[in-house]
Design a protein around this ligand. Structure first.
Ligand code: PEP
Ligand code: NA
Ligand code: MN
Length: 615
């Protein structure tokens, strides 16, 4: 720089950040400055969450070739993004929990000491935003000021992430205004890890072969490097709202859960109920969140499809919010027949990722319509016809859509302090053993049901249990601390709630007959199970107590109009003690990895189950 440099020419990145800051919070400004000095972006944008900002970023991305604007009449305000072919899903093997002590991350997480991970990340983040814009994205998880709400900021060099964050969270100025000096908030940093050298042309979807999704639960930080995709890049979602929040909840007496949230209104009494449900990925969580009942008597409304935060309220009951503001749903399999509500929800203002493009500028994916288009551009940008011999949309292609467009949205989504919970459901994809529905014998037994959620890996033979993929509470990839301590925390919350605790149920839509056929139709008919669940909570049905829980007594489950053969009904609820005892042995093996962190109550539950099965 020459000796005659003007004052402007020596403006540092720190000056730029301070000049443009839309907050006076020195803590925020210092953190943003520190990240910028490390990552060295070309420019900085403090996001306000406005429509103008959305319009500006989408226009820039369309011009740069990283978004395709869909036909204005067919899909107004909507865009298609195509990712790098190797950046299409969450990367669990690159996901780390960096607690000071390895035992606090537990045996089910990848762990590295915080200082070691920071030392590994530092050279990667050093200059990682060169040539790019650094966006500062303040967001609120839950209504700003709500009793269960938490605030965060994502710093990212991905405009795609900014647009998705605007849909998925309450993003913008009011969230930033809520971050006051000394208050608790979560710091998240995201870089696609693809700095641009001077004059270097950008690609449509920048990312890196090197990926790190890292969590620092003790300092409430997330650092994500190398991926632009979904849960790797929208740090409010799995990283904050599940992994970091689960640790915050453990420390502060609440729960961050991988659960949908539903409102059910009995149309005769007008009484409303609320239910959460945890299922592993690919068990139809979004479909159940948008349930269209096949039996009369219930109005079902959606509050959330993926994440629920639960906190004891002043009246001693457990209250729930959906901390998110949108859906990031899997597109394939979402169609008029399987989920008409989701199809209606994404009429416009939707970002599609890795679906196919139709010749008239709309989107398509496998399962969207029964009729398959003659010609498409597939998710990688290539010509596609039905005889191409490959899928048109990536199996993990997504729609990102504002929750407020859901035709079945409950007004309760806006509730500042959440809704009181009546029932909690746990389910997996089980061909064997697990009945259609069973009520837990106690809160502790319910925690045991949650801890033993699993799906069969392979087709099982009759009378045996297949190899089980364990996914306790559907939280295996999302629990930010030792899973055994997490079960202990659930037991503690139950003690605190006492008889005001919601009732816990186990469900299984996927049981198969000896002939390999699904025994239960699922989808809208799951309303029959939920009807029994709520009547059980109300004490209108008493069920029949068995060794594994309380199941519907004869005639209690509403089956009219279903034409379910008696034999299938019997098989849906069949309990084979030998097969259950074999599963108990597998559970013992599964529990063993937690050593002395396993709560004694879990061992007692397993012993209790074995005792009941053997007597
Ligand atoms: C994701 O993969 O980014 C994601 C949100 O995961 P899931 O659909 O499993 O909830
Ligand atoms: Na995924
Ligand atoms: Mn999920």
């Amino acid at each position: 720089m020459g000796s005659n440099a003007t004052a402007e020419a020596v403006l540092t990145i720190a000056d730029l950040i301070r000049d443009q800051a839309t907050t006076e919070n020195a803590e925020v400004i210092a953190w943003v400055t520190e990240v910028a000095e490390l990552t060295k972006p070309e420019t900085v944008v403090w996001c306000d969450g406005s429509q103008d900002e959305w319009n500006r970023i989408t226009t820039e991305m369309v011009e740069a070739g990283s978004l395709i604007r869909l036909d204005k009449n067919l899909r107004p305000g909507s865009y298609l993004a195509r990712s790098h072919p190797a950046d299409v899903a969450r990367v669990e093997d690159r996901t780390f929990i960096c607690s000071e002590n390895e035992a606090d991350a537990g045996p089910t997480n990848n762990w590295m000491a915080p200082a070691d991970m920071k030392a590994e990340l530092n050279p990667l983040f050093e200059g990682s935003m060169r040539g790019r814009t650094m966006y500062i994205v303040p967001f609120s998880m839950g209504p700003v000021g709500g009793a269960i709400t938490q605030l965060g900021i994502e710093i990212t060099d991905s405009p795609y992430a900014v647009l998705n964050m605007r849909i998925m969270t309450r993003m913008g100025q009011s969230a930033l205004d809520g971050i006051t000096p000394g208050s608790e908030w979560v710091r998240t940093v995201h870089s696609v890890g693809a700095p641009l050298e001077c004059g270097q042309e950008d690609v449509a979807w920048p990312c890196s072969d090197t990926k790190y999704i890292t969590h620092f639960p003790e300092t409430l930080e997330v650092w994500s490097y190398g991926s632009g995709y979904g849960g790797n890049a929208l740090l409010s979602k799995k990283c904050f709202a599940l992994r970091i929040a689960s640790v915050m909840g453990k420390n502060e007496g609440w729960l961050a859960e991988h659960m949908l949230l539903l409102k059910l209104t009995n149309t005769e009494t007008n009484k409303a109920y609320h239910l959460t449900a945890a299922f592993p990925s690919a068990c139809g969580k979004t479909n159940l969140a948008m349930l269209q009942p096949t039996i009369p008597g219930w109005k079902v409304e959606t509050i959330g499809d993926d994440i629920s935060w639960l906190r004891p309220g002043n009246d001693g009951r457990l209250y729930a919010i959906n901390p998110e503001a949108g859906f990031f749903g899997v597109a394939p399999g979402t169609g008029e027949t399987t989920n008409p509500v989701a199809v209606e929800t994404m009429w416009g203002n939707t970002i599609f990722t890795n679906v196919a493009l139709t010749d008239d500028g709309d989107v398509w994916w496998e399962g969207k319509t029964n009729e398959v288009p003659d010609h498409l551009i597939d998710w990688q940008g290539n010509d596609w016809t039905p005889d191409s011999g490959r899928v048109a949309a990536h199996p993990n292609s997504r729609f990102t859509v504002p929750i407020q467009q859901t035709p079945t949205l409950a007004q309760d989504w806006y509730e500042q302090n959440g809704v009181p919970l009546d029932a909690i459901l746990f389910g997996g994809r089980r061909a064997t053993n697990i009945p259609l529905v069973a009520k837990s014998l106690s809160w502790e037994h319910g925690v045991f049901m949650g801890a033993t959620v699993s799906s069969e890996k392979t087709a099982a033979q009759e009378g045996t249990v297949g190899e089980l993929r364990r996914d306790p509470f559907a939280m295996l990839p999302f629990c930010g601390y030792n899973m055994a301590d997490y079960w202990g925390h659930w037991l503690e919350i139950g003690k605190k709630l006492g008889d005001k605790a919601p009732k816990i149920f186990q469900v299984n839509w996927f049981r198969k007959g000896a002939d390999g056929r699904f025994l239960w139709p699922g989808f809208g008919d799951n309303s029959r199970v939920i009807d029994w669940v709520i009547r059980s909570v109300e004490g209108d049905v008493s069920g029949e107590t068995t060794s594994i829980g309380t199941v519907p007594a004869a005639g209690e489950l509403k089956l009219d109009g279903l034409n379910l053969p008696e034999a299938d009904l019997a098989e849906l609820f069949a309990i084979d003690p030998a097969s259950w005892l074999a599963e108990a042995d597998l559970t013992e093996e599964f529990f063993a990895q937690f050593g002395d962190r396993l709560p004694a109550e879990m061992t007692a539950q397993l012993a209790g189950l074995r005792g009941r099965l053997s007597s």
